[in-house]
Each structure stands twice: as structure tokens, then as C-alpha cells.
Design a binder for this molecule. Structure first.
Ligand code: BDR
Ligand code: CA
Length: 307
């Protein structure tokens, strides 16, 4: 059984990722941390509480960072709606979040159960970067880490080069990529934009089901953008690849985030030189970073079937 801490900014596709994980018998969500991103963190937290209640998860929700480490807050209501759930969030949650921050929760849970918990990060990486400051041994305490973010060989979805989660907090993402996580998988736009959940899938959901309601706004956004009914399942695909690594193929490489580029800030960059260890060439991604896996292809038909 994989036991997962989810760090998210719900967010419509984040919400669907939680539904997806919930439906897996051999998977347990043990805690949720929220972060700014699609909407301000207070809204993301209220949505996470709503989802925990609706899904009967009974797990703690910790409110995380309200802003990026080094830039102003930017949100994405155009894609997710003012309330982050396409105008369908609904009643105020009946429950409240825990007293500690998402970073404190992540560090504490990892310490309590060393090597037992995995992390699925499907929002900006601010909480994970803060947790690394609280607990520098975090890379050795967590089992598997899967991050949704980046656009390596395809266009970004915010700028030409930057994908939203990394663009929302480039400094945090860069810290995570150099932290030394032993089993780090990055699921970026190279595979998520190649995935598409068709309109018929949405139409087949029960009319009064919560996902059918909250997915409508998101599907409208993607329909206007892609010119066909349906939506792009970024965060659910990352969740699926976490549970079934065989769904994807990977490029193993060393990665960093561009922090100073005039047009490229927030871009995911990879070592492309294949230098030998200890190479005398200048300091570069190759000498500063540990290896991670970046998904390059995915079996979308199998994913869709399971979704
Ligand atoms: C990512 O950004 C957000 O809009 C989505 O929830 C997803 O995590 C895709 O770039
Ligand atoms: Ca997200």
C-alpha cells in the first residue's frame, strides 16, 4: 500500500487527482497540505477541506504558504474559477485545518515514519522548499516523490518556457531539484499536454456528481483553447504515474529551474552535455544537481481507462 502526502492547490485537476487516488484500494492519502497557486491558499484550503469531507478521507489538512519565496502571488482563476472549483465549490466546509503549516506537517510526518511516506506535489513547490529548511534530512526520510511541473521540450502554459507550477515559485522548485531526493519523478507538460480526457467521459459522469459540476468550467477553458470537447488531466496523470510508474517512460537527467532569464524565468532546464562525473568543465547543472526522472511518454489509453 502506498501511503501518500498530497501537497496541492485545488484547483480543479487537483480535485480530480484526489478523487482518482481515493478510488484506489491499495493507496492511502495520509495528509494534505495546501499552497497558493491556482487560487489564494485560503481558498485552496477550504477546497481541500471540502474534498476531504466529500471523499470521507478523514485526514488532516494543513494550510501552507500564502505566497512564493521570492516573487509576488499570482493566481489562475481564469482556468479554475474564482473559487478554484469552477464556481461549484459550494457550502463552507464543516471542518477546519490543523494548527501547523503544511511545511511543518510534511517535515513532522516524514520524521515520524521515516522511509514510509511518499509525496505527491501537484501545486507550486513552496511548502516542500520550506519543509527542507525545517528538516534538511527530508530527501532521505521520504520514499518516492512525484512532482507535477515543467515543460522540457514543449511550450510552457504560462510563458513560452514556463509551466504554471514552476512559474508560480521558481526559487522553490529549484531548491527541490537540488535537495537530493533519491527517487524524484517529474511529470510535466510533455506528457500531460499529450493527454486528453474527451467530452464523452465528462458526459458519462452522473449529472449531480461533484466532479461533473466542478470539471465543467475547466473543460470550457480547455475546449476554447484546444477546439475540442474535454480537458487536460495534468494532476490526475501525475497521480496515476505515481501509482503505476510503468505508465510512462522517462529521461533520467539532472535538472534546474531558470531563475534569471528575461524570457525564460521558471523554465525547467536539463543537463544536455552528458558529462562524466568529475568533469573539469565549469559548474553547471551536471555538477550541481542530483538525478531525477522526467516523464517523456505516457500510455494515455491505459490512463484514461483507469480514470
Ligand atoms: C498545473 O498548474 C495548475 O493549473 C494545475 O492544477 C496543474 O497542477 C499544470 O500546469
Ligand atoms: Ca495543481
Amino acid at each position: 500500500c502506498m501511503r501518500i502526502i498530497v501537497d496541492a492547490d485545488p484547483g480543479i485537476d487537483d480535485a480530480l487527482a484526489l478523487y482518482y487516488l481515493r478510488a484506489h484500494a491499495d493507496t492511502e492519502i495520509v495528509a494534505i497540505g495546501t499552497v497558493h497557486g491556482n487560487v489564494p491558499v485560503e481558498q485552496a484550503t477550504a477546497n481541500a477541506l471540502r474534498l476531504v469531507e466529500r471523499l470521507g478521507l478523514g485526514v488532516p489538512v494543513a494550510m501552507g504558504a500564502a505566497r512564493p519565496l521570492a516573487q509576488p502571488l499570482m493566481t489562475a482563476e481564469d482556468v479554475h474559477g474564482q473559487d478554484g472549483l469552477g464556481g461549484c465549490a459550494g457550502d463552507e466546509p464543516a471542518t477546519t485545518c490543523t494548527g501547523r503549516s503544511a511545511a511543518e506537517q510534511l517535515a513532522a510526518r516524514a520524521r515520524e515514519e521515516p522511509g514510509e511516506l511518499s509525496l505527491l506535489a501537484i501545486g507550486p513547490l513552496t511548502n516542500v522548499a520550506l519543509a527542507l529548511q525545517i528538516e534538511p534530512r527530508l530527501p532521505r526520510l521520504l520514499d518516492k516523490v512525484v512532482v507535477m511541473g515543467g515543460a522540457l521540450t514543449v511550450p510552457g502554459n504560462i510563458t513560452s518556457y514556463a509551466e504554471a507550477n514552476f512559474w508560480h515559485d521558481p526559487e522553490a522548485a529549484d531548491l527541490v531539484l537540488q535537495a537530493g531526493f533519491e527517487d524524484l519523478t517529474i511529470v510535466g507538460l510533455d506528457v500531460t499536454m499529450a493527454s486528453h480526457v474527451p467530452g464523452e467521459w465528462l458526459e458519462a459522469l452522473p449529472l449531480d456528481s461533484y466532479p461533473r459540476k466542478f470539471l465543467r468550467f475547466y473543460a470550457d477553458f480547455y475546449e476554447s483553447f484546444l477546439g475540442k470537447p474535454g480537458f487536460v488531466p495534468h494532476d490526475p496523470l501525475a497521480a496515476a504515474i505515481m501509482l503505476y510508474p510503468g505508465l510512462a517512460t522517462y529521461r533520467e537527467d539532472r535538472f534546474a529551474i531558470e531563475l534569471t532569464g528575461r524570457y525564460t524565468r521558471g523554465a525547467l532546464v536539463a543537463d544536455r552535455r552528458f558529462l562524466a562525473e568529475g568533469s573539469p568543465f565549469g559548474r553547471d547543472i551536471a555538477t550541481e544537481r542530483t538525478k531525477a526522472k522526467y516523464a517523456v511518454t505516457a500510455r494515455h489509453d491505459v490512463f484514461l481507462d483507469r480514470l
